[in-house]
Design a protein around this ligand. Structure first.
Ligand SMILES: [Mg+2]
Length: 235
C-alpha cells in the first residue's frame, strides 16, 4: 500500500472538551461569589433546581451571564495538558457555549493564552441563550468531555467523560444522562478500562473525579486504539 492511500485509510481519533466546569471552575466561582454552597447545585438546569430559592436562581443566572466573571477566570492546572493526545495523531478540540459575545471574546482570548499551539479551527465558541444552550455531538467524536447531563444525553460519542459534580452525580441526573442509552461507569478506578476501550458497545458515560484523571484516561484510550489500528495495518 502506498503512503498516500495509507493516509486516506487512517482513522483520525477526535476528542472534544467542554470549557465551563471542565477546564475552569465556573460554577464554583459564581456560587462562591454569591455565598451559596455548591452542594445545592443538584440540577444542571438552574431554573429547575428545587434546592434553590427563586431569588437565588435569578442571582446565579445573572452571574452566569456577567462577562466580568469570565475575564480573569483561572483554569484548572491540568487544562494545559489537554492537547497531549495530538502527539499520538489524535485531534483535540474545545467546544464551549457562551451567553454573550463579551463572554465568548474572553474565552477566545484566554484559551490561546493557555494553549499557544491551539489552531483556530480547534476552538469553537458559540453564543447561545439559556434556551438554546445545548450541543449536538456526532458519532465521529471518539471522546467527549462535558459536565452537563443534557449534553451527555444528546451525545453520540462512544466515550463520554463527566467530571463528577453535584449537578450530575445524583439519581435524577443519571436518568437524564441515560435517556438515549449507554452505560454509566461510576467508579473509573476499578472499571476494566482496557476492555472498555476496545469494546464494541455503543456508548459509555464515565464519571471521573478530576481533569488530571480524565486527561490520562483519554491518553491511554488513544494509545490503545492507535496500537490496535497499527496491528490491523490501518495506520
Ligand atoms: Mg460545562
Amino acid at each position: 500500500m502506498s503512503s498516500t492511500s495509507m493516509q486516506e485509510k487512517a482513522i483520525i481519533l477526535k476528542i472534544l472538551y467542554d470549557m465551563d466546569d471542565v477546564l475552569w471552575p465556573c460554577t464554583q466561582h459564581v456560587f462562591g461569589k454569591l455565598n451559596i454552597p455548591i452542594e445545592r447545585e443538584t440540577d444542571f438546569r438552574i431554573e429547575n433546581n428545587p434546592e434553590l430559592t427563586p431569588t437565588e436562581r435569578d442571582a446565579i443566572i445573572h452571574e452566569f451571564q456577567n462577562a466580568d466573571n469570565f475575564a480573569e477566570m483561572n483554569f484548572y492546572a491540568s487544562a494545559r495538558d489537554i492537547l497531549r493526545p495530538e502527539e499520538l495523531g489524535a485531534m483535540v478540540g474545545i467546544h464551549s457555549n457562551a451567553y454573550s459575545e463579551a463572554i465568548a471574546q474572553h474565552k477566545l482570548r484566554q484559551i490561546p493564552e493557555l494553549l499557544p499551539k491551539i489552531r483556530p479551527e480547534q476552538l469553537i465558541v458559540n453564543v447561545v441563550t439559556p434556551q438554546t444552550n445545548r450541543k449536538q455531538i456526532s458519532s465521529d467524536i471518539l471522546a467527549f468531555v462535558d459536565d452537563s447531563p443534557y449534553n451527555i444525553r444528546g451525545s453520540r460519542a462512544k466515550f463520554n467523560f463527566v467530571p463528577r459534580r453535584p449537578w450530575n452525580d445524583n439519581s435524577l441526573m443519571r436518568k437524564v444522562m441515560l435517556k438515549n442509552g449507554g452505560e454509566i461507569i461510576q467508579d473509573s478506578a476499578t472499571a476494566p478500562l482496557d476492555d472498555i476501550w476496545t469494546s464494541d458497545d455503543y456508548k459509555y458515560i464515565i464519571i471521573v473525579d478530576d481533569l488530571v484523571t480524565i486527561n490520562e484516561m483519554i491518553y491511554q484510550l488513544v494509545l490503545k486504539l492507535t496500537n490496535k489500528e497499527e496491528q490491523n495495518g490501518k495506520i
